[in-house]
Design a binder for this molecule. Structure first.
Ligand code: BG6
Length: 301
């Protein structure tokens, strides 16, 4: 039996979830419930597709994405951990940490009240300790139902406290990024990565995308509401255990410079990332667990 067949025999549930070969030969879970369909790669515990019944998919996926070990998948929801962006003091270390670059294990798949409940796991080893000297276990709870409900649990399994950053780097699919608005961050301070890391305050009620936007909003726990007139829907991203929200659209030049992203694809996406970074990094004592939760839903107009 192949590894895939073993996983399918152990975790597959007829009519609800199957383990199959996905792009690049990578293992993925294909989930189909009355409320929504979803696809989750074990590579990076990457939710690549989520589609509520009767609606279009909520997540953007790049047609140029690579699907191979050691590379991140472009689109969907990469998990950034244990650091966000470049590692401070070690620019050689992979962007956004290492857990989006390799396989997670399947811990369980179950039928839930309105869909499916999946738990994937990951933990520290001698290789992870080379760039992040800590003992940890990660558990990623994915609920597929009328909402996409995600909880990343980080447990300190060692004897020393450690500090980490994290993000559920959510790429939302939009009809035209230039015509959307995002509400929920008014009066919030942010670091603008496109303006020499200047610290600014969001004065407008609504964020619009009219240039490259790469903003790390700090000390915010509020939900974000994305209005997309083109697709005729409102997407809400609610969160718990998160004090940072990142809003990102690469616009024209950066899109051209990313090898795994189509030149024109920036019009079809915006990232609203549920995170804890920089001053909101999480300090975790021995034996303690931290939970980061994002709940994403779409309401058609
Ligand atoms: C965002 C960062 O979260 O991720 C951006 O704020 C970055 O600066 C983007 O360009 C994509 O990162 P990556 O490593 O997936 O290309």
């Amino acid at each position: 039996m192949t590894e895939l067949e073993k996983l399918q025999t152990r975790f597959g549930i007829t009519g609800l979830a199957r383990v199959e070969e996905g792009m690049g030969g990578l293992a993925r879970l294909s989930v189909s419930t009355p409320a929504a369909d979803a696809t989750i790669y074990l590579h990076g515990a990457h939710v690549a597709h989520y589609k509520p019944a009767g609606q279009r998919g909520l997540l953007f996926m790049s047609a140029a994405s690579q699907y191979r070990t050691g590379r991140p998948i472009r689109g969907g929801i990469p998990i950034c951990f244990p650091w966000f962006a470049a590692k401070v003091g070690n620019p050689e270390a992979p962007m956004h940490g290492f857990v989006r670059l390799g396989d997670w294990s399947v811990e369980s798949i179950q039928r839930s009240a309105d869909g499916a409940a999946i738990v994937l796991g990951n933990k520290s080893n001698s290789a992870t300790k080379m760039s992040f000297n800590a003992d940890f276990e990660l558990r990623y709870h994915i609920l597929i139902g009328e909402k996409l409900d995600l909880t990343l649990e980080v447990r300190n399994t060692g004897e020393r406290e450690f500090t980490f950053e994290e993000a559920l780097h959510t790429y939302l699919a939009v009809a035209d990024a230039r015509k959307i608005t995002i509400e929920g961050l008014e009066n919030t301070e942010y670091v603008s990565k496109t303006e020499n890391l200047q610290r600014k305050t969001q004065s407008e009620r609504l964020i619009t995308i009219d240039r490259e936007v790469d903003r790390v909003y700090q000390n915010t726990q509020t939900p974000c509401v994305l209005e997309d007139p083109g697709f005729g829907r409102t997407i809400t991203v609610e969160k718990e255990g998160s004090h940072t929200t990142v809003v990102w659209n690469p616009w024209i030049d950066k899109a051209r410079n990313m090898p795994d992203f189509g030149d024109e694809e920036w019009t079809g996406m915006v990232c609203i990332e549920t995170a804890n970074t920089a001053e909101n990094a999480v300090k975790l004592e021995a034996g303690q667990t931290h939970r980061l939760r994002a709940m994403i839903k779409s309401v058609p107009h």
